[in-house]
Design a protein around this ligand. Structure first.
Ligand SMILES: C[S@@+](CC[C@H](N)C(=O)[O-])C[C@H]1O[C@@H](n2cnc3c(N)ncnc32)[C@H](O)[C@@H]1O
Length: 330
């Protein structure tokens, strides 16, 4: 019998685990992320970064660091828009990706070389523990829903036997978290506290912006599910074939943002806001960017990009239950 969190870690990050190898996330893959939907996602973040420089929060030679970059498309889109909006910053800012897998680091390096030649100063680290800097902007998309979790049901924590789930142990830490977040059943994420501490120790002054699917207070229910070829299979579906899906498909759950917030509060990092992704993107100026494109590109390209960007900001598709959470350490 193994802990569920070990089983989920093995599923996603073990040898041949789902995230350990370079796969298609996006149109041909198992799920869409906002990153694979439109470049204007990264573009809006680029605009925000420039505003941080202008307000004096981020130094011109500060670090821009993406965590869990997978293909590296998000950071590359950010860079492309900084080039369009404030090209001078590209030679002073330092770009970092935190990526634990060598194979993915290599693919990201190749993609950056193809896209930017040697113009960009890109450094990789395996973990935030290796980074030490004075001033940074951290960005992440859909990483908190990819942390391993424990499953909890009415006082008991799950273990796994083969691929069967049994709720048969008492785990004091999980039980305390479940009570704190008013869940009599559901997922309790493992590792947020350690992650927040690593980030707080890595940099003296920073802003961290992260996008994920979830709620401040989670529903007291299971949301854990598997994505395989654009199909969503609830983890407790009677028909589920876990042995066939193991390591070959994505497994995820709704983020309890209150848990993320508490992890950062515990290490002295200030919570700034939680808001709907569509509101965040509009606030950061996605519409101004589209307006710029309209003025400078031909109509066909503008229409294509507009349709893709709309998916990010329309309710009921990606826009509504996706949230942006933001923290600052001064
Ligand atoms: C759902 S994918 C998102 C990939 C990419 N950000 C995107 O939007 O397409 C989750 C990613 O988070 C990474 N990840 C999960 N936990 C992490 C951690 N503690 N530190 C760094 N990366 C992590 C995984 O390796 C994976 O690449």
């Amino acid at each position: 019998m193994t802990k569920f969190s070990d089983y989920m870690s093995e599923w996603l990050y073990g040898d041949d685990g789902y995230y350990a190898t370079y796969k298609n996330i996006g149109k041909e893959g198992d799920f869409y992320t906002a990153v694979s939907t439109s470049k204007f996602f990264g573009g809006s973040v680029a605009r925000h970064i420039i505003s941080l420089v202008d307000e004096g929060f981020l130094a011109r030679d500060g670090v821009i660091c993406e965590i869990g970059a997978h293909h590296g498309y998000f950071l590359a889109d950010v860079i492309e828009f900084i080039y369009t909006l404030r090209p001078k910053l590209l030679s002073s800012l330092k770009f970092v990706i935190i990526e634990r897998f060598d194979e993915l680091q290599e693919q990201q390096r190749e993609y950056f070389e193809e896209s930017f030649g040697d113009v960009i100063n890109l450094t990789h680290y395996k973990s935030l523990d290796e980074l030490r800097c004075k001033n940074a902007f951290f960005i992440a998309n859909e990483i908190f829903d990819a942390f391993a979790c424990e499953l909890y049901y009415k006082g008991k924590t799950a273990r796994v036997d083969g691929h069967n789930i049994e709720f048969d142990v008492y785990n004091k830490w999980v039980d305390a978290k479940a009570k704190k977040y008013n869940k009599d059943r559901g997922e309790i994420a493992i590792g947020y506290e350690e992650f927040a501490l690593s980030m707080a120790n890595s940099c003296d002054k920073f802003e961290f912006m992260s996008f994920d699917y979830g709620e401040m207070q989670a529903r007291p229910d299971f949301s854990i599910r598997v994505y395989a070829k654009h199909k969503v299979i609830p983890f407790f579906d009677e028909e589920i074939k876990r042995d066939e899906l193991f390591k070959k498909s994505d497994i995820t759950y709704d983020v309890t943002f209150e848990h993320v917030k508490d992890a950062y509060a515990d290490v002295g990092v200030e919570f700034v806001e939680l808001k709907a992704q569509m509101v965040a993107l509009v606030d950061m100026g996605i519409l101004n960017l589209l307006e710029m494109l309209k003025e400078n590109a031909d109509e066909k390209i503008y229409e294509q990009e507009l349709q893709k960007a709309k998916m990010l900001i329309m309710p009921n598709f990606l826009g509504e239950r996706f949230k942006m959470i933001r923290f600052r350490k001064n």
